[in-house]
Design a protein around this ligand. Structure first.
Ligand SMILES: Cc1cc2nc3c(=O)[nH]c(=O)nc-3n(C[C@H](O)[C@H](O)[C@H](O)COP(=O)(O)OP(=O)(O)OC[C@H]3O[C@@H](n4cnc5c(N)ncnc54)[C@H](O)[C@@H]3O)c2cc1C
Length: 472
């Protein structure tokens, strides 16, 4: 029997890889999806987006019950948190979607190959050979016309530290047997502040240490300020401009020495979470035998996700120039496969990528921050509307935060939208659509927003660009 030659082999089954595989199947391409772990779904499904958001939802319900009396619900004072059940619900959600992925692979005729995938070098006569080593040591080789690298990323550690029962990354913290009494979190990016929000809701004493001058440093400065204000109110302690010098094991758990403005300080905690960014997984996948030269581990691609090696694409967290987000990974998967299959595709516009942080309060943003817009020479006009003026927010009892529109004064171009407050991560979709459709501030002012909804606050913020908001 002639050996199978696949149209595509995809190495890694996170959101980037599984989306590429499904799309390739939809296009009728003969597709192999190689995964080293026992389950499909990668970081996002197993130790990232999904389990964290499951826990954040439990935290939200728990917080809501703290205000039960205000909502006219008596008798919940004696409530107890069953952490085991919380964890079980999280695992069930992950399991359901893992099963869903297995189903989708079958539905789209994707062949799942279990094992560690590695490129053996450039294509010969248009065919690549990919080595696959299964967990039991059994080795196979796949012959393929195109390769997609979607091997994802892993938590960066502070040099000298190894994860264990006290020193945690996103993997260990999602599996802890009980809620820690105290937790130090190094890093105030999305991952750090989300875990801070979860554990503070469950009464952990949380301290965040961030090296940069503010929390959520990639967000608009006003968003960082508002998050800092609400976190202070929630009893979350944080130090910005803080450099971690030493982490030592102690009787209590860990002692963390850090300095702010050169002044050393110490804190004791039961556990420490290291959330200082994600390292692309590009070692030991055979790149050295190709023309791909990683840049600090990341792979450079063109707008169609092609690497320097003809026939090899890279998508997701390994890519050099796009943010490490699941929705970016999935879009990159679709673009790469469309390009390979000669189907229509549009490259990613980096200014139209939503960034969401599912904390309490939530954050959603797209486009330029005010500072970035000014630095790029725009004549900036700002429209801002507080959730305090929104009736749906009052009904929900969630008045923190605002919607901020960054616009170009001359032509009313929407340059960026930054939301902090209730359901900010859902609300931002309207701004992303508006910017993708190149709607102007005027178009959004003329758009009817249903009443009473949180979306009205978005409409009001667009009106506020011309000082015309109604309810503030
Ligand atoms: C705690 C946390 C929360 C997050 N929350 C969000 C969020 O809410 N929203 C969001 O957009 N993003 C979030 N992210 C980021 C998101 O998880 C990543 O951007 C996304 O998972 C990247 O997808 P990927 O497919 O590139 O890589 P991954 O999801 O990392 O998947 C890579 C896969 O490749 C496999 N693999 C690696 N090497 C090989 C090999 N040689 N052979 C075979 N298989 C291999 C791995 O086992 C893995 O299954 C979060 C991340 C973390 C850590």
């Amino acid at each position: 029997m002639p050996e199978t030659i696949y149209d595509i082999a995809i190495i890694g089954s996170g959101p980037a890889g599984y989306t590429a595989a499904i799309r390739a199947g939809q296009y009728g391409l003969k597709t192999a999806l190689i995964e080293k772990d026992n389950v499909l779904g990668g970081t996002c499904l197993h130790v990232g987006c999904i389990p964290t958001k499951a826990l954040l939802f439990n935290a939200e319900i728990w917080d809501r019950l703290k205000d039960a009396k205000e909502f006219g619900i008596d008798g919940v004072d004696s409530r107890k948190l069953n952490w085991g059940a919380v964890q079980e619900r999280k695992s069930k959600i992950v399991a359901k979607h893992t099963k869903g992925l297995d189903f989708l692979m079958k539905k789209n005729k994707v062949e799942v190959v279990r094992g560690y995938g590695k490129l053996t070098g450039p294509a010969k006569d248009g065919v690549f050979v990919v080595d696959v080593k299964a967990g039991d040591g059994k080795a196979t080789q796949l012959r393929v016309k195109n390769v997609i690298l979607s091997t994802g990323s892993e938590a960066r550690m502070i040099p000298g530290l190894e994860p264990d029962a006290q020193i945690l990354t996103n993997i260990e913290i999602l599996d802890i047997g009980q809620i820690p009494k105290s937790l130090v979190i190094v890093g105030a990016g999305a991952v750090g502040v989300e875990f801070a929000s979860i554990f503070r809701s469950f009464d952990t004493k949380v301290t965040i240490l961030e090296m940069l001058p503010r929390l959520v440093p990639v967000e608009d400065e006003d968003v960082s300020k508002e998050l800092a204000r609400v976190y202070r109110k929630r009893g979350i302690e944080f130090f910005t401009g803080a450099k971690v010098e030493k982490v030592e094991k102690s009787k209590a758990g860990v002692t963390v020495t850090f300095s702010v403005d050169g002044k050393p300080q110490k804190i004791e905690a039961e556990k420490i979470l290291i959330a200082v960014g994600r390292k692309p997984r590009t070692e030991n996948v055979g790149l050295e035998k190709t023309r791909i030269q990683p840049d600090r581990g990341f792979i450079k691609t063109d707008e169609w996700m092609q690497t320097a090696e003809p026939g090899v694409y890279a998508i997701g967290d390994v890519v050099a120039s796009t943010p490490q987000l699941a929705h970016v990974a999935t879009m990159e998967g679709m673009i790469a496969v469309a390009h390979m299959a000669g189907k229509p595709a549009v490259p990613i516009n980096k200014n139209r990528i939503p960034g969401c942080t599912y904390t309490e309060p939530g954050i959603g943003s797209v486009g330029l921050t005010e500072a970035q817009a000014r630095a790029q020479g725009y004549q900036v006009k700002i429209g801002r509307f507080p959730f305090a003026g929104n009736s749906r927010a009052t009904i929900l009892g969630k008045h923190e935060g605002f919607v901020k529109v960054v616009a170009d004064e001359k032509i009313g171009e929407i340059l960026g939208v930054h939301i902090i407050g209730p359901e900010a991560f859902e609300l931002i979709a309207e701004a992303v659509t508006a910017m993708s459709a190149e709607a102007t501030v005027e178009t959004m002012m003329q758009t009817i927003h249903a009443h009473p909804t949180l979306h009205e606050a978005v409409g009001e913020a667009f009106n506020a660009v011309y000082n015309l908001s109604i309810n503030a």
